[in-house]
Design a binder for this molecule. Sequence first.
Ligand code: GDP
Length: 296
Amino acid sequence: MFESLSDRLGKIFDGLRGRGALSASDVDAAMREIRRALIEADVSLEVVRAFVDQVRDRAVGAEVTRSVTPGQQVIKIVHDELVAVLGESTVAIDLNAKAPVTLLMVGLQGSGKTTTTAKIAKRLKDKQKKKVLLASLDTRRPAAMEQLRVLGEQVGVDTLPIVTSETPVEIARRAEREGRLGGYDVLILDTAGRTHVDEELMVETVSIKDIANPHEILLVVDALTGQDAINVARSFDGRLDITGIVLTRVDGDGRGGAALSMRAATGKPIKLIGVGEKMDALEDFHPSRIADRILG
Ligand code: GDP
């Protein structure tokens, strides 16, 4: 049966009640459990290592106060450190720029990029009363352009009319002009994805970035792709200097480990999480909630 990290830590420390301070050997047993739990939660090994060292430093010699058990004390330290790694607070999409504020959506094919683009548009329209224009730059996959058009219609947001002969850069230019002349507050550009990171895609996306001058570059990553997601995040961030991450399929990521790896690997904030296929299944990222989930 599945036993949560909190339960496991509680057990290890049950025998240690009444100690004045935690010793290195007390803490080492707990560290083994923490390491195992994080690896089970699909956190990358290097992140696990760095994290465990940090927790150990804080836990060894920590005074055990009368009001809590040593187990609770270590659980609190782990929780605090998880929150520190995940980012202390919720970071919203920044719309503080001249209209139309351009958001560039990047990521691999199948990561949930187009779905997330429409979800963000819906949220900005419904909650912030923004006038949003969507444009697909995926010239290689007409189906992707059509998908964005259909989703835009579904959420009641305009999409740039499809012109099949244009290059992605030409579409980006037309979208900017339409966004400006049409009085839109926000322009969201959905770029082409690939099944894996490739040079041609990066070069194309960099040229779109240069033309579109986006205020935010949001990388969409599938939480279920585990270790791969970290390499993807590093590659995109290295070339594009992303401003934030949207983690999708968090509804299927039981332990929330991908979030920890992602933030640690790029240093960029996770701004939103996708929690389902429906258009309103998009939530703010709350570090403390994910930390609770990892602890179980
Ligand atoms: P793209 O190729 O990156 O544009 O990916 P899509 O937006 O077409 O999404 C691929 C599939 O993932 C679709 O079936 C979406 O409904 C699904 N999807 C996207 N985000 C989520 C999410 O947060 N949770 C779940 N369960 N499914 C998602």
